[in-house]
Design a protein around this ligand. Structure first.
Ligand code: ATP
Length: 699
């Protein structure tokens, strides 16, 4: 009821004189006081005005009736109703008698006080009775719920004791049945009979148990060890959550390598985490199984971690890492404070050479950490580098890395050796790998290093049975069948902490990747000084224009053309809220020059300072020299063209949309740059190209 309606009702009541509120609450004291003072008032007024005493009796009877009706409405106990009605009638009786004999006599006043105490005591006892009655009702209700539940549990226990006897010929004794909060099933804790029965025997019969229980497709009865070897836990799923598509949880809060990184959810709808401080991981998924999506889940988790830097190798043109880099580097994502958004991965290698550079750096980091952190390790009395936001773990994610490891190609073998070297030497020093595989698991899993170090395993089946040897992926796990996970993104996951069982990766969409990139930009750690020094210029210059030019080539122009390598995607920039000129100038300065605080002050570098820090390209310095954004863009295009160089027409074409620059203008700038040594000309006649001095032969 609205407050105005209540106020109106009050007004109406006031207008029609005093109302008797039968349901008004009274305690034992106020109730008795109100009854006796009311009776006294009626008796004195009645005596003074010579009211017929029968009226008091009538009022008392009406009071008793009113209170009884109100009491019945709120379901008071019969005993409470009787007490209240009796109070009214006793009060009325006294009033009638007092009006006849005079209320102001000692006998009248004394008897009224006695009645008051009596009513109070009776009311107190009924109040206590009411409370006890309420408590008892609640307890009964709870007993009923518990009885109902335990009846359900008892029924489940009896049913499964029979079933296990029938299917496995083992007579277990059920110790407990736990219904899952997610509502997707239950767990049975059972004691095995004496005589040598083991939990694996039940685990091995999982498919037959599931069939016997008529479980829906995708639901399983999986047995695992109990608290000791004589106990078994059987998890039974009754709802197939793997059928549904669940998107990556919208909470992008901070994570840590120490608390585990969630990779998906189990059949009981609970998330499953990968603990990768010491473990490497292997993710197998044939084409179309949802592997790329899973890799993004993995990268999302690492991006959210405060103590992880992710280095990605994807020889398939870096496609696994690009969605984590392009939106940040292209300026598509902006922060409120105007600072650049850091990419969601720390280094992305899309080619053989870049991958080799990255792996070399990783090996150097591992070795340098071993030496550089000797004191810290002895101080902490450990041989495991204490990974933190100050000394981050480096997670190398190698898409289709298993195919690299299994390749017979001599060159690729060199990469494979480096990957294995990182896996072999870097566990204690905080470098671990996540390797994905399309299916080459046989040869990869025969590698001792992988078998020993990569115990976090995922097999995405998506219904694919070809080349999916679950017994090799999860040795010792029984009852896993590919056809239990026919949905994309679903499969099996096992870790040293959580035995292999069905799971599903969250679906992660490009907008979530962009959101996570933006939300975690501030959170990524910086590579510690010891490691940064070891990684050297190869690391510090990983975002340099010529090394990232290929990434920009992945961005398709508005008209769908794939521009020739080295040209700028100016059309992409024109969509930004900033003017294209500003965006271009800002992007290239920020992106190339001392990117993300990995390169010291550009002016210091130029003047030979920061000797132990590798030099960036120092485009910031050009801010003063190249006063027009178009001219800066032209210079950036020249840089991006690399040693192959470019021509005035190509630069003019790249700039035409955003700046309307003519070829003539570009020719003028090129001349000036040749004179001051910024550019050199190579080749003659129609073959003449302009090359930035950084890429000039012998530079
Ligand atoms: N976890 C998931 N939940 C629901 N659907 C998914 C999931 N993962 C993938 N899919 C669906 O499967 C499709 C293929 O996924 P994805 O590209 O990740 O597979 P892939 O194994 O990498 O295949 P390819 O190698 O052909 O790219 C997606 O477009 C999506 O529709």
């Amino acid at each position: 009821m609205s407050s105005t309606a209540t106020a109106n009702k009050k007004k109406q009541r006031q207008g029609s004189g005093p109302v008797l509120d039968w349901s008004a609450g009274h305690g034992p004291v106020t109730g008795a006081l109100s009854a006796t003072t009311g009776a006294f008032a009626v008796a004195t007024t009645g005596a003074a005005t010579a009211m017929p005493p029968g009226w008091a009796l009538a009022v008392g009877a009406a009071g008793a009736l009113g209170h009884t009706i109100a009491g019945i409405r709120v379901r008071n106990a019969g005993r409470t109703l009787a007490t209240r009605a009796a109070s009214w009638l006793v009060g009325a009786g006294w009033t009638t008698w007092a009006m006849t004999h005079g209320p102001l006599t000692w006998a009248a006043l004394g008897s009224l006080a006695t009645i008051g105490v009596g009513i109070g005591a009776a009311a107190r006892s009924t109040a206590l009775y009411e409370e006890a009655r309420e408590d008892e009702a609640i307890a009964v209700e709870q007993r009923q719920i518990a009885a109902g539940l335990s009846a359900e549990r008892r029924a489940i226990a009896a049913e499964w004791v029979d079933r296990i006897q029938r299917v496995c010929s083992i007579t277990v004794r059920v110790v407990g049945v736990e219904m899952w909060e997610t509502g997707a099933g239950f767990s049975i804790d059972a004691e095995l009979p004496p005589g040598g029965a083991t939990w694996n025997k039940i685990a091995g019969e999982s498919p037959r148990l599931s069939a016997d229980a008529r479980l829906p497709h995708g639901c399983t009865a999986t047995a695992s060890p109990g608290i000791h070897q004589g106990r078994v836990i059987i998890d039974v799923t009754t709802v197939n959550v793997l059928e549904e598509e669940r998107t990556y949880p919208a909470d992008y809060g901070p994570l840590s390598i120490h608390t585990g990184i969630p990779w998906g959810y189990r059949t009981n709808a609970e998330e499953i985490r990968a603990y990768l401080r010491e473990q490497c991981a292997l993710i197998v998924g044939p084409t179309g199984s949802g592997k790329t999506n899973m890799v993004h889940d993995v990268l999302a988790g690492f991006a959210r971690a405060e103590d992880v830097l992710t280095w990605v190798i994807d020889l398939n043109a870096g496609s696994a890492g690009l969605p984590w880099v392009i939106p940040a580097l292209s300026g598509e994502l902006t922060r409120e404070d105007g600072k650049p958004v850091r990419p969601g991965v720390d280094w992305l290698a899309g080619s053989y050479d870049e991958a080799m550079t990255m792996l070399d750096a990783a090996v150097r980091v591992a070795k340098q950490r071993k030496m550089g952190y000797q004191d810290l390790l002895s101080q902490r009395n450990t041989d495991l580098l204490p990974v933190s936001a100050k000394i981050p773990q480096i997670m190398l994610v190698i898409d289709e890395g298993a195919e690299i490891l299994a390749s017979p190609d001599r060159q690729i073998r060199k990469l494979a050796e480096k990957i294995l070297e990182v896996i072999r030497i870097a566990r204690a020093m905080g470098l671990r790998t996540v390797i994905t595989a399309l299916g080459a698991t046989g040869s990869v899993l025969s590698n001792l290093m992988i078998r020993r170090e990569a115990k976090v395993r995922v097999a995405l089946t998506g219904g694919e049975t070809e080349g999916m040897d679950l017994s090799k992926m999860f040795p010792g796990a029984r009852g896993l069948r590919v056809d239990q996970a026919p949905h994309k993104g679903a499969g099996f996951m096992g870790t040293p902490e959580s035995p292999a069982a069905l799971f599903k990766a969250w679906r992660i969409l490009p907008n979530q990747i962009r959101e996570i990139t933006a939300a975690t930009s501030d959170r990524h750690p910086l590579l510690d000084d010891i490691s940064a020094k070891a990684a050297g210029p190869a690391y510090a210059r990983r975002w340099d224009a010529e090394r990232t030019a290929w990434m920009r080539d992945q961005t398709v122009t508005d008209d769908g053309d794939t521009p020739s390598p080295g040209t700028l995607r100016l059309s992409a920039l024109s969509e930004q809220p900033e003017s294209p000129e500003d965006a271009l100038a800002r992007r290239f300065r920020e992106e190339i020059d001392a990117q993300f605080a990995t390169v010291a002050d550009p002016h210091a570098i130029e003047s030979g300072g920061g000797a132990d820090r590798p030099a960036g390209l120092n485009l910031s310095a050009l801010r003063e020299e190249q006063d027009s954004p178009a001219q800066q863009a032209a210079l950036a295009a020249l840089l991006a063209a690399g040693p192959g160089g470019t021509g005035a027409s190509a630069i003019a074409r790249a700039l035409a949309d955003a700046f309307g620059t003519t070829r003539q203008t570009v020719v003028g700038w090129l001349k000036a740059w040749m004179q001051d040594g910024t550019a050199v000309r190579v080749g003659e006649g129609t073959k003449a190209r302009y090359v930035h001095r950084n890429h000039a032969p012998g530079a």
